[in-house]
Write a protein that binds this ligand. Sequence first.
Ligand code: ZN
Length: 484
Amino acid sequence: MRKKKAKRIPRFSPWQRALLIVVAVLLAAAVAVGVADARRVRFYMSGAEEIRVPYGERYEEPGVYAVSVGRLFGESRRRLPVVVRGSVGEELGEYTLRYVTPYLFRLYGTERRVTVVDETPPVLRLHTREGYLPSWLDGYDEEGWEAWDEHDGDLSERVLRRAEGDSFVYTVTDSSGNTASVTRSPHYAVTAPEIRLNGGDHIDVNAGLAFHDPGCTATDSLGNDLTQYVRVEGEVSSFQPGDYELRYSITNALGQTVSAVRTVSVIPIRNPGVIEPDRNTIYLTFDDGPGPYTGRLLDVLAFYNVRATFFVTGLNPDYENQIGRAWREGHSIGVHSATHDYYSIYASEEAFFADFNAVEDIILRQTGTTTRLFRFPGGSSNTVSRFNPGVMTRLTRAMTDMGYIYFDWNVDSNDAGGTRDTESILRNLKDGCTGRHVSVVLQHDIKDYSVDAVESFIVWALNNGYQFAPLTESSPRAQHGVNN
Ligand code: ZN
């Protein structure tokens, strides 16, 4: 054994061998310790992992440092070199920064997200013009504005203006949705005018009288007269009773309006229901009808509560029923003539009575009653009957003896004479009745131009203190006196 051992040729000397063993043991120990320690890199980040940077500001790196750390020996104090990969640009958006450290043949890293944001609204600035004093009437003349955004630049074109009462609100929004808003309240040196209604805000006017608008005055706070800018809306129909609204307004250049409203009440004017003996009285009488215009004449009379007297004929059988209507509506009916032919009715008393009786029959048929009122064709003073001398003297006496009452007239519309137009008829009626206590008016309801004058005449008369009444047996007779 020893020999065998002794025969071995040693490659290392004993101290060498010992050294090798020591080294091997140390190496194994180091590896074991290294594995057990498991060292790696730990990053320490100043600031947050996500950072928002306002647009236009520079990103300041808050810093990151790295150290090694192990299980056995803990954290090293020595800082490892950190490389930053990536950068934060100037434009809006998200940027990633990567921090990298090589250690023990490995790369360690961590990240930070940086967002460049625009959270600053644009700057909106209103211009003013030196010495400009807006007036309400002219409206506000925009003095202009400018808008600037740090990111978008000039946004003046994107400014929106809207009116809010007397003010204006300007707004502008940048591409990131940040909005700036500014209000301008122009100082109106001259404020809205005041409209004052001449004659007050309520006027009563009698139906039928022309309404004359007394107008208004409009003045602004400096006392300037703006009346010429007033627009009047609404109409008054003075023949149609009711309430009417007149609106007086001024609208300025901005479409703002100042207005005042007046109510005009057209009061229906009506003949009084009860006749007053002391009042000037007009008895309207219509001869020779009924005819095609009698219906509308009755409408007018009814509207104004006026009752009249109709001396009727038998000349228009188609309209005979108007006699009944007139009677039912309170008018007086009298006999005139069936034929209205002077040469037959005044030829003899018998002829006259025959003609007279024919009308009485019509009246009885239409009204259910007889009448004692009548009017001679041509009037009691007619001279057309002189072909039969004294006939009027005999007839007036006979008729009176029989209890009939004949009426003439003291106001002639002349509608059977030369007057053929409504205006002249109206003038004749007014002239004839003016100042007269009792007027018995002669008209013919078979003349349309005469019937057309009646409404205006009634309105004039009622507004001038006259009253209307139908003839009765006790009414004034306005008899002319017999000429034959
Ligand atoms: Zn007649």
